[in-house]
Design a binder for this molecule. Structure first.
Ligand SMILES: [Zn+2]
Length: 298
C-alpha cells in the first residue's frame, strides 16, 4: 500500500516572533507576526486580522493559537511570505536609495502587495525592479500581470527597436500572443513608413530667400542629396538609420550645391513635417492598445 505523506506544519525560522500577536499559515509554515504592524500596511490586512467583536473563547478565534492559525490563500507559498515579511521587518528603504535586490524577491513582494493592496510594497518593488534593467519582454509581462501601466510605453519603445528574430521562446511567451501581434503590426507600419519617407524627398516648401541667387541649383542639389545620402541610409540593409535621429542626420550633412539660407530653411521644413517622429506616434498608439488589452484581463 502506498503510504500517504502527512504534511508537517512547522514554525518559521525567520518570522516567528515570541511577542507576535497573530499566527498565520502559508503552505506548511506558521508565522507569529505583529497584528498592528500588518494592519498599518494595508486595509486588506485590517479586515483579515480584525478581532471578532463578540466574546469568544480564544481557542475559537483564528490567529491566536498555533492550533488555529489564519490560513492564507493557497497561492501564497512560505517563500513568498518570507520575502514579504523580510521587506516589512528587515528593510528600511528610501525611494532615493538604489539598492539591488534579486528579481524573485521583488516579484514576490509585488505579487503579494498587489493581492493584499499594500501601496508601499508595490512602490518599493516597482522602484527596485526599475533599476534591474529587465528585458522589455519581462517588463511587458510584469506590467500585464501586476498592472504596472507606467512601464508599458518604455518597454514597447525598446521592443519595437529589437529584431524579433533575436527573441528567445521564453521572451516571446513573456510578451504574450496579443501584445506580440500589436508589436508585429507596429513594426510593419514603421518599416512601411521608412520606405515611404525614403522614396519621396520632402518638397522645398518655403519661400525662396532673396539671399539665394541660384535656387534652381538648390532644388537639384536637394533631390540628389536626399537620394544619395538620406534615402540610402534609411534603406541600408544591415544598419539602417534610426528614424529618431533623422533630423540630426540631415542637419550634419554638407549641403553641397545649396545656399546656406536654403539649407537652414530645408532643415526647418523637415523638423515641422516631423516624418522622422513616426516611431514615437506608433509607440504611443500601440502602448494605448496594450494598456487597453491589459485592462481587459482584469
Ligand atoms: Zn536656394
Amino acid at each position: 500500500m502506498e503510504s500517504v505523506k502527512i504534511p508537517v506544519v512547522q514554525r518559521s525560522a525567520r518570522h516567528w516572533y515570541t511577542d507576535g500577536s497573530v499566527i498565520v499559515q502559508a503552505g506548511e509554515t506558521l508565522y507569529n507576526i505583529h497584528r498592528s504592524m500588518m494592519i498599518q500596511k494595508s486595509a486588506v490586512f485590517a479586515d483579515m486580522f480584525a478581532l471578532p467583536m463578540e466574546n469568544l473563547n480564544t481557542t475559537d478565534i483564528q490567529g491566536i493559537h498555533e492550533e488555529n492559525p489564519i490560513v492564507l490563500h493557497n497561492v501564497v507559498t512560505s517563500i513568498m511570505l518570507d520575502d514579504l515579511l523580510d521587506w516589512i521587518y528587515k528593510i528600511d528603504w528610501h525611494p532615493m536609495a538604489k539598492p539591488s535586490y534579486p528579481e524573485r524577491f521583488l516579484v514576490n513582494i509585488l505579487m503579494l502587495s498587489t493581492m493584499w493592496d499594500i501601496p508601499s510594497g508595490r512602490q518599493f518593488a516597482i522602484a527596485c525592479l526599475d533599476i534591474l534593467n529587465l528585458h522589455p519582454a519581462r517588463q511587458i509581462e510584469l506590467s500585464r500581470m501586476f498592472g504596472i501601466d507606467e512601464w508599458v510605453s518604455t518597454a514597447f519603445e525598446d521592443l519595437i527597436k529589437l529584431d524579433l528574430t533575436t527573441l528567445s521562446e521564453d521572451q516571446e511567451r513573456m510578451i504574450g500572443f496579443k501584445t506580440y501581434i500589436i508589436l508585429a503590426k507596429a513594426k510593419e507600419f514603421v518599416e512601411h513608413e521608412r520606405k515611404l519617407i525614403a522614396s519621396i524627398p520632402p518638397p522645398m516648401a518655403f519661400v525662396q530667400s532673396f539671399e539665394c541667387e541660384h535656387h534652381d541649383d538648390c532644388r537639384t542639389a536637394w533631390k540628389e542629396l536626399w537620394w544619395k545620402k538620406v534615402a540610402r541610409s534609411l534603406l541600408h540593409p544591415r544598419a539602417p538609420m534610426v528614424l529618431e535621429t533623422g533630423v540630426t542626420y540631415v542637419e550634419q550633412l554638407e549641403f553641397e550645391g545649396m545656399s546656406a539660407c536654403c539649407k537652414a530653411d530645408m532643415v526647418e521644413v523637415i523638423k515641422q513635417r516631423n516624418a522622422f517622429g513616426i516611431v514615437e506616434k506608433v509607440v504611443e498608439e500601440a502602448g494605448t492598445a496594450v494598456l487597453a488589452y491589459n485592462k481587459s484581463l482584469c
